[in-house]
Design a protein around this ligand. Sequence first.
Ligand SMILES: Cc1cc2nc3c(=O)[nH]c(=O)nc-3n(C[C@H](O)[C@H](O)[C@H](O)COP(=O)(O)OP(=O)(O)OC[C@H]3O[C@@H](n4cnc5c(N)ncnc54)[C@H](O)[C@@H]3O)c2cc1C
Length: 443
Amino acid sequence: MAEKLLIVGAGVAGVNAATKLIDNGFPGENITIVDMGKDPYNRPYSEVMTGFLGAGGWSDGKLTYHTAIGGHMAKYCGEEKAMELFDEVINNFKRFHPQPEEVQCSNPEAEPDFIKPYFGLRLFPVWHVGTDYLHEIGKNWYDFLVENGVNFHWETKVEEIKFDQNRVMADNGSNPYFLYYDRLMFAVGKSGIDFGKQLADDYKLPTEPKPVQVGVRFEAPQKHFQKLIDISYDFKLYRKFDEGVSLRSFCTNNNAAYVAVEETYGNHSYNGHAKKDEAFRNDMTNFGILMEIPGIDKPFDWSRDLVKKVNKDGTGLYYSPTRKPSTTSEGIDVSAVTVDEMDEIRDAFQGYYKYIDDFIDDMKKVFPTLGDDWGVYVPEVKYLSPEPLVDYDTLALADYNNVHFVGDALSARGITVSGAQGTYVADYILTQNKEYPDFHEHF
Ligand SMILES: Cc1cc2nc3c(=O)[nH]c(=O)nc-3n(C[C@H](O)[C@H](O)[C@H](O)COP(=O)(O)OP(=O)(O)OC[C@H]3O[C@@H](n4cnc5c(N)ncnc54)[C@H](O)[C@@H]3O)c2cc1C
């Protein structure tokens, strides 16, 4: 009998892993996926982080195609294999897309002169799916997995994992129960970041150090940035300071672009997404301005502390010299407390906010119509949870070689890399199981 695989998290990593296994004859009946969110038919717009395809399912669907973007893949398997895995993930999104020809690729080839000398522009291809199509992709993809025998447990949270007993405790709200596995894939994404940290603490898992990545979500009318958007849809402006601090614009959304609230550890932070449907067009642009700050002692605690300081009345802050916060694509105000002064934000950033001020000031020079026509939602944060040390060939924990960490729970920060990590582990699982007679012969 092939192994019993339990995947915690029906997000991008878990779903791509299951698909790779099914495509290669692994018996779907031996795969169980537990998720605290809902299936794609019942998942409401308000649940941004949980449910089928996880945060990736309700995101903007920008599928980046470069090993320097979206977290680590090449460090495990090399550049060439990483790109192959990215292709597999992107092909999956096209395969379950109702209109695959709608997935467009933006591939800027040269840095435009007008951004120099203030900024550099990272050049890489990105495939853009769009939030609304992701919902349809999710349904088609889910149907495929169910038809192939995969078992799903929805609205069920895994509360505890006993690595030495190959057992998890799951809770569907009415009764906790145990599930046993031969192999476990821990694919909980950002919404499970606290669970990952708890496991790392409980099992004293060795981790790899990470820098702080924190900043704001910047929003402005698209017209100010159109010249650059025409060259690169998801433009990544960047700059590095002598002190080692670097800044980059991150995850740019255009045309029908909305700021999205993320909830991690009970606090609000911001991200963004864009719809493809013209009906949602608001002609806005939003992107993160993220700082990477090396050399901070206990970077995770430092970021947590900052995020708490810029949360007020249960949500984040909004500052603009002239504008008001926007609405979501459902017409609801983006949750934020508007502040008139920047003092408390600057205090929380402990001197580092000057780099963001500087970035915005220079954007005003490069995009002359921008002026004061912008606002910032504070904070945007990539927690970069302490990354458990894994075997690079299998992404399994050193002491538990049947427990694999993948996606944002490991070292990814985006859809393509998360999916690729799931696919990479699935490749390994296939090598361990191919000789079993219950492999589907028709493949
Ligand atoms: C608003 C927004 C926009 C984004 N836009 C983009 C983009 O355009 N391009 C891009 O590359 N990236 C984007 N991202 C990031 C991207 O979505 C993630 O990097 C990616 O989804 C991570 O994949 P994952 O499988 O690791 O986790 P996820 O896709 O987040 O899935 C994790 C799943 O685990 C489940 N889970 C968590 N804890 C438990 C538990 N204890 N028990 C059971 N289930 C659990 C959750 O319900 C969730 O469904 C965006 C993120 C957000 C929030």
